[in-house]
Ligand binder design. Sequence first.
Ligand SMILES: [Zn+2]
Length: 54
Amino acid sequence: MSNPVKAFDSTSNAVGLQCPKCGSSMVLKDGIYGKFYSCSRFPRCKGTRSYLKM
Ligand SMILES: [Zn+2]
C-alpha cells in the first residue's frame, strides 16, 4: 500500500457541504480529535461540522 504524496491544497478537498454559519463550502480537515469539516473561510469563519453523521 502506498499513497501518492500530494501537495496540500485546502481547496482540493472541498466537499458538498455548506457552512452552517455563513453558507460557504466546507473542507475536510484532520484534527487531533479526528476528522471534521471546517468552513473554507476559516479563520474568518469558525463554522464546523462533525464528520460522520451518515
Ligand atoms: Zn462559514
